[in-house]
Design a protein around this ligand. Structure first.
Ligand SMILES: NC(=O)C1=CN([C@@H]2O[C@H](COP(=O)(O)OP(=O)(O)OC[C@H]3O[C@@H](n4cnc5c(N)ncnc54)[C@H](OP(=O)(O)O)[C@@H]3O)[C@@H](O)[C@H]2O)C=CC1
Ligand SMILES: CC(=O)N[C@@H](CCC(=O)OP(=O)(O)O)C(=O)O
Length: 349
């Protein structure tokens, strides 16, 4: 049997990192050879994650480029904003391929990053080198690349739902309004006032209204689809559930289009892309229907009274929104079938 590709995970003690461990455990061509922690090196990962007992018993490694290179060929960075901007250049210089799950390399303008993330941006040279990996849209750029910037969870659900209609001119981009909701694992493992049980349970709250760091990322993708600058309204809500994102999008339809025109457009746009599933008329996707899987499910309704389209797009934030899409990008980078290690049936109910 041929040797598998060695993969290291920085931030393996976080939710994105531990989801990478789960997905890569059944990957036929890649294996995790180093799980890394900046704060708990030398302790077993099972201390923080007993569900990995008997699956990953080794000790956590320290963050060190030379050690990572001695154990792996590809490194995933599942770290908070502001870490990859410093670490990725060192890892690339050591000869590693890098897939960054954070927002550090998505926006190409340092000023825009600093405006929305309120942190110093990565250097312009590396911002220019990072390939933005929204897999279904930019697969051609990802194939053969060495450095991938994985998209955000909300931008993935939102732009997969909007891109074909904007690109085809079926909707007026200036009229788009995006109403998005996320489960709490989207905020990572660290506890905070807004995410602890009694604040979250039996509650629904809007947050970061008009200030969310994913707004410029969504606008970057929609502007690419439109071929002109698009600005948009995007409101996020925290839902008392663990996993899942639903983006509900509204826009005015251009010209005389039927619902069937939209269904045909989307089916043809995503033909051969197994992780996007277009729902038939009248069937609305729900977050549970993609739970634990790499699917993005999209449903539509056209209101003839207002001539507005409603598009609902759902993903699992930790899979298609983070670790799953990162593995999909690994597959594309390596020239493998993009579904390797990702053929999970959603866990239902
Ligand atoms: N959760 C989600 O649904 C999604 C998350 N993302 C992005 O992915 C990244 C990871 O998110 P998530 O896993 O949820 O976050 P978590 O907070 O759960 O985990 C982040 C991990 O990063 C490690 N870390 C912290 N500081 C450093 C450092 N200076 N150097 C190296 N490692 C460090 C920590 O582990 P340790 O202390 O052991 O080093 C921590 O466990 C974030 O940028 C997030 O925005 C993107 C899409 C979706
Ligand atoms: C529920 C929740 O709090 N979600 C986070 C998603 C953070 C994230 O994934 O941030 P980057 O993609 O920018 O790294 C948020 O809304 O900020």
């Amino acid at each position: 049997m041929s040797k598998k590709l060695g993969v290291a995970i920085v931030g393996s003690t976080g939710y994105g990192g531990v989801e990478l461990i789960r997905l890569l455990a059944s990957h036929p061509q890649a294996e995790v050879t180093s799980v890394i922690s900046s704060s708990s090196a030398g302790t077993p990962i099972t201390e923080g994650y007993p569900h990995l007992t008997g699956i990953r018993e080794e000790l956590l490694d320290d963050v060190d480029a030379a050690t990572i290179k001695s154990k792996a060929d590809v490194v995933f960075l599942a770290t908070p904003p502001g870490v990859a901007s410093k670490l990725a250049p060192e890892l690339l210089a050591a000869g590693l391929k890098v897939i960054d799950l954070s927002g550090d390399f998505r926006l190409k303008s340092p000023a825009l990053y600093e405006q929305w993330y309120k942190k110093p941006a990565a250097d312009e040279e590396h911002l220019g080198k990072a390939v933005f990996g929204l897999s279904e849209i930019y697969a051609e750029n990802v194939r053969g690349a060495d450095f991938i910037s994985n998209p955000g969870c909300y931008p993935t659900a939102t732009t997969l739902g909007l891109f074909p209609a904007v690109k085809a001119g079926f909707i007026d981009p200036a009229t788009i309004i995006i109403d998005a909701k996320s489960g709490v694992s989207g905020a990572g493992r660290g506890a905070s006032l807004g995410t602890h049980y009694s604040e979250l349970n039996e509650n629904l709250r809007a947050y970061k209204v008009n200030q969310h760091q994913h707004i410029p990322e969504i606008e970057m993708i929609l502007s690419d689809a439109a071929g002109a600058e698009v600005v948009t309204t995007f409101t996020t809500h925290l839902v008392p559930m663990t996993r899942g994102i639903m983006s509900t999008m509204y826009a005015s339809v251009r010209g005389d289009r039927s619902l069937n025109d939209f269904l045909e457009l989307y089916r043809s746009f995503y033909e051969g892309r197994p992780f996007v599933r277009i729902r038939p008329e009248g069937q609305w996707p729900a977050t549970k229907e993609v739970w634990g899987s790499n699917y993005c499910d999209i449903g539509f309704a056209l209101d003839s009274r207002t001539n507005r389209i409603t598009i609902v797009s759902v993903i699992d934030n930790l899979v298609k929104g983070a670790a799953g899409q990162a593995v999909q990008n690994l597959n594309l980078m390596m020239g493998w079938d993009e579904t390797l290690g990702l053929q999970f049936v959603p866990a239902y109910p």
